[in-house]
Design a protein around this ligand. Structure first.
Ligand code: SF4
Ligand code: SF4
Length: 186
């Protein structure tokens, strides 16, 4: 082998890449576009929609959602609404499979789009009810075709109120209609 051929070969690789457009970005100043269905490491929870049924907690294969409820004394005619006292998700053990989101019958729980919840201690990774309540409502469109149909993109910065995430159609009965039907059956 000619002496120095290896160096020339190596330099050729260097020269070839020297003028290439870089594929890396200067995170966090620069960010790559994310798909609206991207599942982050947080959750979007709508307290207004949540009945405290705990379906999400029961479906979680890892049992990392803790829900504690108590009677609220409201909406007793419909069977009474639970008051949510604890709603904790231990994302230190979460595999972000989304089964809890699939299990929610009321579109109250959605995957989030955030990915910057790094902490130094595992215990600090648990998302408590207060954080869920106050977090910006930018749900991932994963498993939410109703949001995709509206062209919603959580990375646009736009938030969605609790009335806007429902899979119910305009033709579904209103709450008043359902209440009156329930009363008529008595
Ligand atoms: S995403 Fe999966 S592992 Fe995480 S809380 Fe939901 S069901 Fe459990
Ligand atoms: S988030 Fe959904 S599944 Fe979980 S307790 Fe609330 S209504 Fe039930």
């Amino acid at each position: 082998m000619t002496y120095g051929a290896g160096i020339a070969k190596g330099l050729m690789v260097t020269m070839r890449n020297l003028f290439r457009k870089p594929t890396t970005v200067q995170y966090p100043e620069e960010r790559l576009p994310q798909h609206p269905r991207f599942r982050g490491e947080d959750f979007v929870w709508y307290e207004e929609r949540c009945t405290g049924c705990a379906s999400c907690a029961k479906y979680c294969p890892l049992g990392i959602i803790k829900i504690v409820t108590s009677p609220s004394g409201t909406q007793t005619q419909e069977g009474e609404k639970y008051r949510l006292e604890v709603f904790d998700i231990d994302i230190a053990r979460c595999m972000f499979c989304g089964l809890c989101v699939e299990a929610c019958p009321y579109d109250a729980l959605h995957m989030g789009s955030g990915f910057e919840r790094g902490r130094y201690a595992r215990n600090d990774l648990t998302i408590h009810i207060d954080e869920l309540k106050s977090a910006p409502k930018r749900p991932s469109t994963w498993f939410r075709p109703q949001l995709e149909a509206k062209g919603y993109d959580p990375f646009s910065g736009e938030t969605v109120p609790w009335q806007g995430v429902s899979r119910a159609s305009k033709n579904d009965p209103t709450k008043e209609e359902m209440d009156s039907r329930w009363v008529e059956r008595q």
